[in-house]
Design a protein around this ligand. Structure first.
Ligand SMILES: Cc1ncc(COP(=O)(O)O)c(C=O)c1O
Length: 358
């Protein structure tokens, strides 16, 4: 039983932790998995079991609905070890809410807060040693939710699995990022699923990203589906531009993931007294601002990527936007320092984003 969330969890724990196998000097991202995982099962209108078991393979039927029809959604969030050595989460209830926004769009039943949070807190208690302590490192938490009916045919599943596993990680992007405007493929359309954190959105992004990588970029900037003109988001990050001392980011309006880091950066930037505009921004405006010397900074935001400076934007075959060294920027370093300091309680959490683990 957890004191904050009272769910009963059946536990089968491993006798000896695998943590000694981890090279904490080279954590990278997403390659190590903590000892245990949480599994909750839903069947015919009810949540029927909660378990914590050793991290490992799960056995599924070849007819499992999620594998064919894509009713599969996930979240990404982080636990930090603060400067006093205590573990804390960053805005976990926002991830829980967003998972249920995704679930609703895919006709999946909502995951109750008690199961999402109760399972997570218990898992973190058991695997607390897996939360790294070096600055810039954290425990990446991957809750996911999949349709588990064994049934061939198009209808929402009647059985589901909600699971959580955790990975100790370092920075996602070690260096400033290079991106290009994507002119051939689109990620999302109005009325579609751009705002949903579902597997299919990532599958459809992979070819464009791989092609961009073969051109020397890290990722693409997705444009709107009607005119290929307005900026949407960037790979697995929301995107911001600083033009004329104003921080500008596109509105989410259904085609963009409502990033929790994005919302935090908007709030933080306003609090720091910066001008913030949430408005449509065309690729032409970005190029013109650059040519007029008004484009000062560009950055992506995300749980994995945190606040990542973007230094190069491929505009077209012949034109590049190349920004100066981010260490000379004014806005990004300030935002990074403040956000990082809040995450590890180096400064007070004036926004109430931290969820301490007792
Ligand atoms: C497509 C996409 N956009 C934006 C983000 C940033 O969202 P958040 O800040 O909640 O991690 C992510 C990362 O999860 C993402 O996958």
């Amino acid at each position: 039983m957890n004191t904050q969330y009272s769910i009963a969890i059946q536990k089968n724990l491993i006798p000896k932790s695998r943590i000694d196998e981890v090279n904490f000097q080279e954590l990278g991202f997403g390659k190590y998995f903590a000892d245990h995982m949480f599994i909750a099962k839903y069947k015919d209108g009810a949540w029927i079991s909660n378990e914590i078991v050793p991290y490992g393979e799960i056995s599924v039927s070849p007819a499992m609905s999620a594998l064919h029809y894509g009713q599969t959604i996930f979240e990404g969030m982080k636990a930090y070890r603060n400067i006093h050595g205590k573990i804390q989460l960053f805005r976990p209830l926002d991830n829980w809410k967003r998972m249920n926004v995704s679930a609703e769009r895919l006709a999946m039943p909502p995951v109750p807060e008690e199961i999402f949070m109760g399972g997570l807190l218990e898992l973190l208690k058991i695997d607390q040693n897996w939360v790294p302590s070096r600055r810039g490192e954290s425990l990446y938490i991957r809750p996911f939710y999949i349709a588990s009916d064994n049934f061939v045919g198009m209808r929402p599943s009647s059985e589901y699995l909600f699971m959580i596993f955790n990975c100790p990680v370092a920075a996602y992007y070690a260096n400033p990022v290079k991106v290009k405007f994507e002119k051939n493929f689109i990620r999302a359309t109005p009325g579609g699923v751009g705002y949903v954190k579902m597997g299919g959105n990532y599958a459809r992004s992979m070819l464009a990203t791989e092609l961009a990588k073969s051109d020397g970029y890290d990722n693409v900037i997705w444009l709107d589906s009607q005119e290929y003109k307005y900026v949407e988001e960037c790979g697995t990050m929301n995107i911001f531009f600083v033009i004329n001392d104003t921080i500008i980011t596109p509105p989410t309006s259904g085609t963009i993931l409502e990033g929790i880091t994005r919302a935090s950066v908007i709030e933080l930037a306003k609090d720091l007294g910066f001008n913030v505009e949430i408005r449509k921004l065309s690729k032409e405006e970005i190029l013109e601002s650059y040519q007029q010397g008004k484009l000062q900074e560009c950055f992506g935001t995300g749980t994995a990527a945190s606040i990542s400076p973007i230094v190069k934007i491929g505009y077209d075959q012949d034109t590049n936007i190349q920004l100066i060294d981010p260490s000379e920027w004014k806005f990004v370093p300030k935002l990074q320092n403040e956000l990082n300091a809040i995450r590890i309680s180096e400064i007070p959490d004036r926004f109430h984003w931290i969820f301490p683990i007792t």
